[in-house]
Structures are given as C-alpha cells and as structure tokens.
Design a protein around this ligand. Structure first.
Ligand code: T5A
Length: 230
C-alpha cells in the first residue's frame, strides 16, 4: 500500500523513450531492447512519434511531407503536440495502466531539441504545450543516442536509398549540429531521467550499453531469465 499522497505505481508498466538526431539508431535499439525485455518475461510495446496512434499517424504524414514548415515554427510545433496528445491518451497511458512497458521512439524531448533548439520556438510555448499534452506523464528513463552529425546523416542516407530526404533530414549541417547540442543540454539538465549514450559504435555494442542502463535502473528486470546478458 502506498503512503498517503504518494503515487502508487504498483503494476504500472515502465515508460522508456529513445532520443537522438537523424540516423542515431533509435529504431534499431528499440527492437533489440524489446527482445531482451520480452526474454526477461516483461510485456512490451514499441511505438513512435510523431505517430503511434491512428490520429497521430495522419499528422505524421503532414509533418514529414514538410506541410508544417509552411505554416511556421509555432504552428508546426502545435501539430507535433496534437499528435502527441492523441498518442498519449489513446495508446501510451492505457498500455502503462495495463502493466505494459512502453518503448517509444521519440517523445517530448524531440520537440525540445528540434523545435526548441535550432527551431528556436520559445521554451515558454513548449512548456505550455507539454502541460496540455502529457500532464505529469514523464518517461521513467530517456536514452539519448549521440552520434556525430556526419555519421548519422550517412546512416539515414544509406537507409533511405533512392528515396527523398524528409522535412528534417533535408536541413543543413548547422541545424543538425545545433540539434546535437540541444540533446546534450537536455541530458546534462536532467541526469536523473536522461542518459547520453555514445552510439557511434556497432549496433551490438550500443545495445549492450542500453541493456546495462535499463537493467541497472529497474529492479523488476530479471536478468537471470535472459541468456548471456546478466
Ligand atoms: N520530430 C519528431 C520533431 O521535429 N519534433 C518532435 O516532437 C518529434 C516527435 C521523425 C522526424 O520528426 C522530427 C524528428 C525527425 O526528423 P522519423 O522518420 O520517425 O522522423 O525518423 P527518425 O526518428 O529521425 O529516425 P531515423 O529512422 O532517421 O533513425 P533512427 O531510428 O534513429 O535509426 P535506425 O535505427 O533506423 O538506423 C538508421 C540506419 O542506420 C543503421 C540502420 O541499420 C539503418 O539503416 N544503423 C547502424 N549502422 C551502424 N552502426 C550502428 N550502431 C547502427 N544503428 C543503426
């Protein structure tokens, strides 16, 4: 029984977010972590932003097409917030309430880094949007994958092949350098929640660092059930 006034989180799933610049390897790491947590007997769900719910996926399409950019930085930020609001209420909170561990590819730190960093949207505006969309829902752990800009851009380019760069991939090097710095500042400002991980290494090595961080943070991860990973 929780003490009076304390939040009783028993049975609630954990909320882990992955952040980083373009091509930092978030999707790759989320899949690897999900397999390990499943192996440890935990129920997990992978999701992403912008998107992750029916309404938010429609907004994602608009945003990545560059439509939001035409509206201006603040209106574009509002679109990200609207997508997040739907995602949080339709998918993330219900899953956490059912004891599912939610692994999310980007969350509000992306808005802080992209729109607040090089995007230059006023932090007061971002705070107001955050209050409305997520309330007191904070990730239990945020892993920020850090790679040099040229490495990330090269990976993103290799992955899309002959496809066209999306809205943010198409930004210049200065934008991506500013983004990297914004993420470093977020990690430094919130060391309890955030961990900056050097992701300029083979995926397996990065996955080992991610696993160590998760295992160390959450007592409910039973490492004895995951072969060769204790
Ligand atoms: N955005 C999003 C905002 O501006 N504000 C917001 O609030 C939010 C939520 C979303 C865009 O929207 C912006 C940020 C983004 O620009 P997206 O299509 O969802 O765009 O793409 P991203 O989230 O940027 O993710 P990417 O798909 O570009 O990269 P990932 O997921 O970080 O990387 P991943 O795992 O797909 O890997 C990329 C390639 O590199 C290889 C992979 O095999 C893949 O080919 N790779 C590695 N290669 C070598 N070594 C490693 N360690 C590797 N790890 C992966």
């Amino acid at each position: 029984m929780a003490a009076p006034g304390a939040r009783d989180d028993s049975g609630r799933g954990r909320f882990i977010t992955f952040e980083g610049g373009e091509g930092s390897g978030k999707s790759t790491q989320i899949k690897m972590l999900s397999e390990r947590l499943d192996g440890a007997g935990l129920r997990t769900m992978m999701t992403r932003e912008p998107g992750g719910s029916a309404g938010a996926e429609i907004i994602r399409h608009l945003l990545l097409s560059g439509m939001g950019r035409l509206l201006g930085a603040e209106a574009e930020t509002l679109l990200f917030a609207a997508a997040r609001d739907d995602h949080v209420h339709a998918v993330i909170k219900p899953a956490l309430d059912q004891g599912i561990w939610v692994l999310c590819d980007r969350f509000f730190d992306s808005t802080r880094a992209y729109q607040g960093g090089p995007g230059k949207v006023d932090p007061a505006v971002l705070n107001a949007m955050q209050r409305v969309t997520i309330g007191d829902l904070e990730p239990d752990l945020t892993l920020i994958l850090d790679v040099p800009v040229d490495v990330g851009m090269q990976r993103a380019k290799a992955r899309r092949g002959a496809g066209v760069a999306d809205r943010f991939e198409a930004e210049d090097v200065k934008f991506h350098e500013g983004l990297r710095e914004a993420y470093r500042q977020i990690a430094a400002a919130e060391p309890q929640r955030c961990l900056l991980i050097d992701a300029n290494a083979p995926a397996g090595m990065v996955a080992a660092k991610v696993w160590r961080a998760v295992r160390d943070r959450f007592a409910e991860v039973d490492v004895s059930r995951v072969a060769n990973l204790a």
